[in-house]
Design a protein around this ligand. Structure first.
Ligand code: 9MR
Length: 358
């Protein structure tokens, strides 16, 4: 039963047209009590070089997070500069920080098409690719077995706009091994750390577009195939890089989460933020829209299941990936995250308080 069927959103469509929405958010304490059955652990992606260096940043992570994930560090480009080298410096530092502060750490990510060193992009045969893939997963999980409990084993496997037979995103792994690289990765991970939570992580399921409908269908097909074949897989990570200028397709998203749930897979929100390049410049207006998108998104998910974790991709607008790809044409800084660049909580923070431990 979906909560939305009997609990009408206070904000919902009101903001959709960027109309009048002054002071609808932040929501009050009553909203918090209604919205969640239990607090969902909150976490954030961290930049290794800032930990215990930028004091305000570090304090914010310590104060609000129960969980961290490295924004980098475990990606092949960081870990595998040369074929024979594993450089664990960043990931070790992140884990040490998590342990010292009573947090858990998620592992991001074992297999991705991007952030790859050249030598790995040039793996030229199926045998070479499989040997490297298996060796990589075994080596990393051997090192962190029992210490990093949850892994984005495969990141972004679905093609941007899946159609026909082109459903899997092109990568060196799919080129050499076909879609079987996903099964191989999961089976290798399960053998290397039988207790780890193994996740497939992907984005762009939430807009009211044909593309997103296709992406949801392709992901459900993939998850079903893996489950039918007895492949070890425990959940789906919804990245949640929301597009501020687009409404959330709440019905489509809820149905998708129902399908995932029926496959007995957990749901996590792994990289939440709101891309605000096309939103109005006015900061108050922008922050309200950003917050309302996240509320719509989390309502649609929590109507069906409680995610096992909700992590934002960064914590403060001071440090965010968004301007790398989505800088604003008016030159104003992006505001995608729960704290502003002075570490003050924004409307998005209040929304997260309704659902999470933040
Ligand atoms: O935020 C990350 C950025 O700092 C890196 O340069 C980039 C490439 O490694 O990856 C970004 O994080 C991405 C994540 O790993 C996967 N989902 C999309 C994220 C934002 O691009």
């Amino acid at each position: 039963m979906r909560r939305r069927d009997f609990l009408l959103s206070a904000v919902g469509g009101t903001l959709a047209a960027f109309g009048s929405f002054d002071d609808i958010l932040p929501l009050n304490a009553a909203g918090r009590a209604e919205a969640g059955d239990a607090e969902i652990p909150y976490g954030a992606a961290v930049k290794t070089e800032l930990l215990d260096v930028d004091v305000q940043y570090t304090d914010a992570i310590k104060r609000y997070c129960r969980m961290i994930v490295g924004e980098g560090g475990l990606k092949w480009a960081d870990l595998r500069p040369q074929p024979e080298t594993f450089d664990f410096t960043q990931a070790d530092r992140q884990l040490e920080f998590a342990d010292a502060n009573g947090m858990t750490m998620r592992g991001h990510t074992l297999v991705w098409y991007a952030a790859m060193p050249d030598w790995a992009l040039n793996l030229a045969t199926p045998l070479a690719a499989e040997l490297e893939l298996v060796n990589h997963i075994e080596t990393v999980l051997d090192r962190y077995r029992g210490r990093i409990p949850s892994w984005d084993v495969v990141n972004e496997p679905i093609a941007d706009d899946p159609s026909g037979r082109d459903v899997i995103r092109p990568s060196v792994w799919s080129e050499q091994l076909g879609r079987g690289y996903i099964e191989t990765s999961l089976r290798t991970a399960a053998e290397a750390d039988p207790n780890a939570q193994l996740i497939i992580n992907d984005f762009n399921f939430e807009k009211p577009t044909t593309q997103c409908r296709r992406r949801r269908a392709a992901m459900i097909d993939l998850l079903r195939e893996l489950k039918d074949n007895g492949v070890p897989l425990h959940g789906l990570g919804l990245q949640g890089h929301l597009t501020g200028a687009s409404e959330i397709d709440q019905d489509g998203l809820s149905r998708f989460v129902e399908d995932v749930n029926e496959l007995e897979l957990d749901v996590l929100v792994t990289e939440l933020d709101v891309i605000d390049d096309k939103l109005p410049g006015n900061v108050h207006v922008r922050d309200q829209i950003v917050a309302s998108r996240v509320k719509d998104y989390l309502d649609a998910i929590t109507d069906v299941v409680q995610p096992k974790a909700i992590l934002t991709w960064g914590i403060s607008d001071r440090y965010t990936w968004v301007p790398m790809w989505f800088s604003r044409s008016d030159g104003l800084p992006n505001r995608p995250l729960p704290l502003d660049d002075k570490y003050q909580p924004k409307a998005l923070f209040s929304v997260l308080q309704q659902y999470t431990s933040i």
